[in-house]
Each structure stands twice: as C-alpha cells, then as structure tokens.
Design a binder for this molecule. Sequence first.
Ligand SMILES: O=C(O)c1cc(C(=O)O)c2c(n1)C(=O)C(=O)c1cc(C(=O)O)[nH]c1-2
Ligand SMILES: [Ca+2]
Length: 574
Amino acid sequence: VGGATAAKSNPLTNYNPVTEARLQNPEPENWLQWRGNYEGWTYSPLDQINADNVSDLVPVWSYSTGELEGHQAPPIVNDGVMFISTPNNQVIALNAETGDELWRYKKEIPEELFQLHPTNRGVGLYGDKVYMAATDACLVALDAKTGEEAWVTCVADWQDGYYMTLSPLIAKGKVMVGVSGGEYGIRGHITAVDAETGKIEWKTHTIPAPGEPGSETWKGDAWKTGGASVWIAGTYDADMGVAFYGTGNGGPWMPDTRPGDNLYANSVVAIDVATGKLTGYHQYHHNDAWDWDEVSPPVIIDYKHKGKNIKGLVHAGRNGYLWTLERNKDGSIDFVDAEKYVKQNVFKSIDPKTGRPTYDPAHTPGTGKTVTFCPSLWGGKDWPPEAYNPKTGLFYIPAHENLCSEMGGVKLAPRKSGELYIGVPIADILTNIRLADGAEDHIGEIQAWDLKKGKKVWQFNMKEMNWGPLLTTGGNLLFSGGSNDRMFRALDARTGKKLWQYRANSGITAVPSSWSVNGTQFIGVQAGWGVDAQRMQGAFDAVMDHTTTVPQGGVLHVFALKKNADKLMEKAAK
Ligand SMILES: O=C(O)c1cc(C(=O)O)c2c(n1)C(=O)C(=O)c1cc(C(=O)O)[nH]c1-2
Ligand SMILES: [Ca+2]
C-alpha cells in the first residue's frame, strides 16, 4: 500500500466521500461514474481544452497496468484520486494529477475459471468505498483509502456460466450489478446490494418464471436457460427512482430453440430501485436470431419530437436502428420512433404504434438454416457507449457500417453447467463476417444525430472497425479511439472535423474521461486491445485476405494542454 513516493502528495488523506447528491450533480472537475452522469451522457462540461486549442494537447504522463486483453474502463476521478479497473479483476488507485500509484488491488479468481470476455468496464464509487464487479460473479467493496476489501458478495455461481464485466450503478444506497452468460444458457438478473453491509436487497430476473407476467412468451423449460444477460450498467432517472437496463441475446442463439417472443431478452427494462420491481419495458426485437444483445441502456435525454416535449430514452441498437422511447411517470415505457442508422435487411417494417418489427425470413437464421443478415452479429453498434452533448444538442454513435454475417445453427447437445450453449460452432462465429457494398470505402463510423429533426448531421469514417467509446466535452470536442491503427482522436463535436490525434501503444476500446486538478484539465483513456474487437479483427482478416497486427498491453494515457503539461513536469522535477 502507498509507498514512499505516493506519500508526498497523497490525496487520500482527506478523501471526499461520494454521496447520492454528488452522483446526481457531479462537479465539473470530477468523473464519478463510468459515463460521467446517471443519464449516460459521457459528457464533461470542462472547456479549458477546446476546439480552438486542442492542437496543443500533449501527453503528460502514462501508466502501465501490467495486463493484456481488453481494457475498457474509464479513469474515474474523485477530487484528485483516480481509480481504474483492468482485465483480471484489478483496481489501481492513482494520484489524478501526477500519476503516482496510491494502491493496487487484484481479486484472486479460481484458476479453472475461463473468461470468455476478459475485461472490466469500471468501478463504482459511493461513500468511502470503491466497488468492482468481478468475473467470478462476486461484487467486491474496497476501502477507497487503502484498497483493502470491506466485503465480497457473490450474486451468482460462476461454475454455472455466470460472470460479470460491467460497471456497478449506485443509487438509493444500493450497488446494482447484472450478470453476463448469454452464451452459457444462464437466466439473467439484476441484483441490488446494500452499499454499506454487502447484504443482497433484491434480485430481479430478466426472464419471468412460470406464472409471472411475460412468462407466456416462453415454452416449456426454455426460460431457465434463455439468456437475457445484463452486462452494461444501467442509466438512472433520479426523480423517478427508476433504473433503465438493457438486456442481452436470447439463448441459445437459434430462435427455434426457444419459440415465443422471449421477454425480456433484447429489451430495455425499467426497474424501481427501491424495490426491484419491473415497472415497464420495451422489447427492441422478439425471438432474437442474430445475437443482437441490446445491453446498452438507453441514454436519458429530454427533447422535442414533432413539436411535443418528450422525456426521452435514446438507444442505438445492436439491431441497427436508432430507437427513441418515452419514459412515463408510472415507470412504463412507450415507443416513439425508430430509424435505421446502418444497413439493415432483417426488419421488413416496424409497427408505428408499438415499435414491433416484422422479420424477413430470408435473413433470419435457424437450426439447419444458414442465411446472411445485416448488420453483422456484432451489430450496428456493440457495447461501446454513445454520447450526448447538451451544448451541441447532438447524439453520437460509434457504428459499424457495410457489414453483414453469414450464420446458421447446428443441433444442440444438452446444456452442461458452465459450458458454452450457443448452437453455432465457434469456428463459424470467428469467420462469419461478410462485407456489404461500401466496405472497401469504410466500415467504422462516428455518427452525429440531431434528435429534434431525427436526422444524421455528420459522419466521420474509419477504414476498418470502430470499437471506440465516445467522450464529448463542453469545449465542443468529441474524443475516441476504436480503430485498429491505435489512434486516439479529437473531433469538432459540431462538424466532425478531425482536430487532433495521438498514436497509442495499443488499440483503444475504453471509455475516455475528463477531470481537472489544481486548475489543469486532463483527458485520459486506457489503451489495451482485446476481447471482441480483436476477435472481429480476426474475422475480418479471414475474409479480407490480410493480417492486421494490433499489439496488446494496457497503458493509461493522460493528456493536458502543453503549457500545463510543462508546469507539471517542472513540479515533478523538483
Ligand atoms: O451475452 C452475454 O452475456 C455477453 C457478455 C459479454 C461481456 O460480458 O462482455 C459480451 C457479449 N455477450 C457479446 O455478445 C459481445 O458481443 C461482447 C463483446 C464484448 C467485448 O468486451 O468486446 N463483450 C461481449
Ligand atoms: Ca451475448
């Protein structure tokens, strides 16, 4: 713990506890939860670094995490103390100004535990504790000042295929986590744990048991293994006391293995945080056939639609449609509109009242039925979060365009606890990518949408993939990595014009964040390529007849304006 170098300027000596009021109204200089605010905007109001001076942005320090694989967590910063999480269940606390290490924690997990998605999407902060959801399906609470374990609460059995990769959502004194395992035939749930004691307060399944509302959308025992995992943190409307969570694919993958609509897979669910009661839902697509997890929660944005004020929920679906919904006072959810944002050949129509799509059977796979469909199984957008900038009024989407998949199912063997339960051979999954017209030009995109007009206003293209979560700022900037050339870029958030770029040690698939200490604004992001960005690259290389090398290794990169960076280096030299 600590060490001589850290002691000098250790900001932990007067650690500022995180309260619900602070999470609701985060100070501009802090980044208290993974997307910055409860609404999921991934927006920092800081504007010292802005569109006029971003060309002066320089690296000021970096930090090696000591881990390979997919680094996806943002730097989470509370009054000069930073916490990052990494693959392999590690949390590192750093001085957010100097990069000095304050402490490091690593959860031991059983050696036999194979991590299908070796990543972690960020810690949660509350009171004087730091929370991490670990791959053994256990939630860990650490003392923010020392990194010592306060308690560990396991919410599911890893030996039965459950694991966790998401960032916790914290509200009403409860730490909420969901479980991954949609590829293992699990039954998804969200669990709320008392932030102080570690006691489980409620557990709400995303698949109803027989007799519960929605159970009529399943046949036989399919509900027990139907997936609907929850692997991305929810957004939260503090006035309503309601959290909005997205749910994963139906399991196994082929739709004929689980006839019916399969509620609440591929949906958004509204959960009353006090009780865990499900108050509403919207299913983006029923009886999933494409592995289109809709786990990204809707972003909470209020806006005008056709002259009417909407308390909105906005979601760029893995299914290739941009969904706008309305959240009602009673916790129910209404459909408003859906627009294609990438090529999509599966939905023949969408009911204008309910939002329910009808499917083209020619693009719907099944057991013994191989077809092509667009977008690919990684979707128009996989997990990397969108961003919303209240200054530009624009909604930003990291997208994959011009991509399709070819897929079909094989007969399934009975489920074995803790073994993959997909019904599509892994070798097929890793070679399933098919290129649509336009792929020679580009695949990765950042799109900016004006929600009032329901129109895309600009687009920035990348040659191949874009697995880059977005950060937008009060300085009219939009930051992201995501491409296989290891670039980290700043665009003008109003126009999409590239203003600055930096080439990192590895590809970037982490959420960037921004904070400030002693008057200096910082931008930080972890580089560290892995998980599905790397697997999709393999699938590309297999069909595009080339080999792409993206080196692995986690490094946190931190940037500031040159004049501030110079001052910090002078201070460090003293
Ligand atoms: O169904 C699930 O439980 C589940 C979990 C995860 C995960 O926990 O990261 C991913 C997926 N599915 C998935 O479908 C997917 O494309 C994916 C990509 C990634 C990643 O970290 O790059 N994780 C996951
Ligand atoms: Ca999945």
